[in-house]
Design a binder for this molecule. Structure first.
Ligand SMILES: Cc1cc2nc3c(=O)[nH]c(=O)nc-3n(C[C@H](O)[C@H](O)[C@H](O)COP(=O)(O)OP(=O)(O)OC[C@H]3O[C@@H](n4cnc5c(N)ncnc54)[C@H](O)[C@@H]3O)c2cc1C
Length: 353
């Protein structure tokens, strides 16, 4: 008996790489089922929903704060389409850099050289919209635990992390390199979903991509931080902080409180992970990280008031440390109809999907 195919292609991951891939396939008449282990779409372009103690909703772009388009006409064409649909807007505030030694702002650019784009009303809005386009069936909260190639049937069989059989597909696009890496085991305690022994060169290429971690600290203040003359800035000479931005200043965001997001340096995050390992960080660890990062911010004279909300988040693989398929744009096995894509292929940013 022939195995029933659920849809032509399964896409794993609803970050910008998986979401754009799913919608492009669907636009070309290919039926797609998208699986995402998280509760919602966006991956590292997620928007985090928090509640203050007095029940106020607080939204934060706690991953990528914005994106630019420098090199790709194809990406620019997509951005123009998203702009026309109201999914992205330009963020036109002042940006600069801050020296931790002199505790002074060094340069204040008007807009920087490149236009800065943000999702509307959150960074996740683009993925959210394109994951729900006609022809894409999206399933959230479904982590892929096993992807098996059935040689006789020339099909992929997918199983969820909880053991549930998800069906068979003619092709698979995986948009996370951890799908083949031992990092998956370090985080989940399980073997990686995709065994790539049949393509050893490809497997090594994917397994050896270095990853750079980062912590984000979400802060909400009752009053504006009036000592800061810009809405986004990088840090120089800080061991702890690399970037800060005023999330509530972006277009389309609620301005009922002033919300800031700080990013740690990669070195600071590596130091914490060395002590705690890669499993989900405990509340104690996140509280200590929040304290360190806020102390650095306040110690630099950037905030004279205390936030009424603060919470840290760990990004274990915030940025890939290498680009493995700049020309091809993805890793691809034609015979098995398997593609592996993501920002680790072209460049470590949103434009690099
Ligand atoms: C703190 C921070 C700051 C950043 N700053 C910028 C910036 O200023 N500008 C910029 O352009 N970029 C920035 N980036 C990088 C940018 O966010 C990424 O390059 C981009 O979002 C990567 O998209 P992706 O789809 O390739 O991967 P991801 O967004 O990581 O998507 C992969 C998805 O796959 C899902 N997944 C993984 N395994 C499974 C599984 N087994 N089953 C089901 N689902 C699975 C994950 O949950 C995730 O949603 C930043 C990132 C971080 C973390």
């Amino acid at each position: 008996m022939m195995t029933q195919v659920v849809s032509k292609v399964a896409v794993v991951g609803s970050g910008i790489s998986g979401a754009v891939c799913a919608s492009t396939l669907a636009k070309n008449g290919v039926s797609v089922t998208l699986f995402e282990s998280a509760r919602g779409p966006g991956g590292r372009m997620s928007q985090r929903r928090e509640m203050s103690e007095d029940g106020k909703e607080l939204l934060f772009d706690h991953g990528a704060p914005f994106f630019t388009v420098n090199d790709s006409d194809d990406v620019m064409a997509l951005v123009r389409e998203w702009e026309s649909r109201g999914l992205v807007n330009q963020w036109k505030d002042n940006f600069g850099s801050f020296d931790r030694i002199s505790c002074k702002f060094l340069g204040i650019d008007k807009e920087g050289l490149n236009k800065k784009y943000v999702g509307m009303p959150g960074m996740n809005s683009i993925c959210k919209a394109i994951c729900h386009e006609p022809g894409v069936q999206s399933k959230f909260g479904v982590g892929i635990g096993k992807m098996e190639w059935l040689e006789h049937e020339s099909l992929w069989s997918l199983t969820a992390l909880d053991g549930q059989y998800l069906g068979c597909f003619k092709g698979v696009v995986a948009s996370d390199k951890n799908i083949v890496s031992s990092r998956f085991t370090e985080v989940t305690g399980r073997p990686p979903p995709l065994d790539m022994d049949w393509a050893p060169e490809l497997a090594v290429k994917l397994r050896d991509i270095p990853v750079l971690p980062c912590f984000s600290l979400m802060l909400a203040f009752a009053e504006p931080l009036s000592l800061i003359p810009v809405k986004g800035f990088s840090f120089r000479n800080s061991d702890v902080l690399s970037w800060a931005h005023c999330d509530s200043s972006k277009p389309g965001r609620s301005a009922t409180s002033e919300r800031w997001v700080l990013h740690s340096t990669v070195e600071y995050a590596k130091g914490v992970i060395k002590k705690t390992g890669l499993q989900k960080p405990s509340n104690v660890t996140l509280t200590e990280v929040a304290e360190d990062m806020f102390q650095e911010f306040q110690g630099a004279g950037l905030s004279s008031s205390q936030p009424f909300f603060r919470r840290a988040h760990r990004w274990g693989s915030a940025f890939p440390g290498a680009s493995i398929a700049k020309e091809e744009k993805c890793v691809w096995d034609k015979k098995k109809r398997l593609a592996i894509c993501g920002d680790f292929c072209v460049s470590p940013n949103i434009e690099g999907f």
